[in-house]
Design a protein around this ligand. Sequence first.
Ligand code: FES
Length: 131
Amino acid sequence: MVYSEKVIDHFANPRNVGEIENADGIGEVGNSKCGDIMKMYIKVEDNTIADVKFKTFGCGAAIATSSMATELIKGKTIDDALQLTNKAVMEALDGLPPVKVHCSVLAEEAIKAAVSDYYKKQGVDPEVIVG
Ligand code: FES
């Protein structure tokens, strides 16, 4: 299995690992294929992802994709963050081996779950926005 240099870099030096105290939204998702778990924390200011952190009990590809995903949504509007697909994250990492594609879904789903949680806390029905 061959990993790109970017994947190896983000696995070895993951960005934005940790928790946010008093996060505005927390999303926890599990991967049904392998049982790995990811937790994503967001801080929202002016409809923008002011800060994001993640923790994962998952494989190297899950760590690398989450690290890249947090970099891609930090400072973006919530709408832009919701548009982020696992495909875009993989492209930003110069690809993943096919058997590891399912790992990248965790990050996308964790972002959506964190935003849903944020909307719920705001009293907004997330179904309408996050879908
Ligand atoms: Fe579980 Fe990669 S093997 S997320």
